[in-house]
Design a protein around this ligand. Structure first.
Ligand code: DQA
Length: 154
């Protein structure tokens, strides 16, 4: 058994993602956010990391949750939802905590309306996982853990 303390990863979801499963299922799929959380928790257990899973419809609440990550986790996975395309405040909070960030979108935003093509997060992110539906969260977890462990071993 490892003597290292487990890596801690914060998974953040923005507005309207609490309605997954009922919301535009043709675009976002039929999985609920609770089901996505359960699969993230199972993947985290397999990867032997800790995760915190959070959703809010409010920009300021998301900013505060990002700020609380300072010193409390090693990586943020975020689907900022509509705030992706509008929020300087969320971008600034991510810059302030200076943690590696992986941006996730269920849909391929680049195949959709032009206003979804710009992200305030993408150029400050370690990477993006876009268009793989609910599996995007698992891919981000796997990629994030590989990145952190690779960084630790030099
Ligand atoms: C989304 C894409 C955004 O454009 C949209 O506002 C969302 C969800 C996605 O996961 O595909 O709410 O972030």
């Amino acid at each position: 058994m490892s003597t290292h303390s487990p890596l801690r990863i914060l998974v953040i979801n923005g507005p309207n993602l609490n309605l997954l499963g009922r919301r535009e299922a043709g675009i976002y799929g039929v999985a609920t956010l609770a089901e996505i959380e359960a699969s993230c928790r199972a993947e985290a257990a397999t990867l032997e990391v800790e995760i915190d899973f959070f959703q809010s419809n409010h920009e300021g609440v998301l900013v505060e949750r990002i700020q609380q990550a300072l010193g409390a986790c090693e990586l943020i996975i975020i689907n900022p939802a509509a705030y992706t395309h509008t929020s300087v405040a969320i971008r600034d909070a991510l810059l302030a905590v200076a943690l590696p960030v992986i941006e996730v979108h269920l849909s391929n935003v680049h195949k959709r309306e032009p206003f979804r093509h710009h992200s305030y997060v993408s150029d400050i992110a370690l990477g993006q996982v876009i268009g793989f539906g609910k599996d995007g969260y698992l891919l981000a977890l796997q990629g994030g853990v590989r990145y952190l462990r690779g960084r630790a071993s030099g």
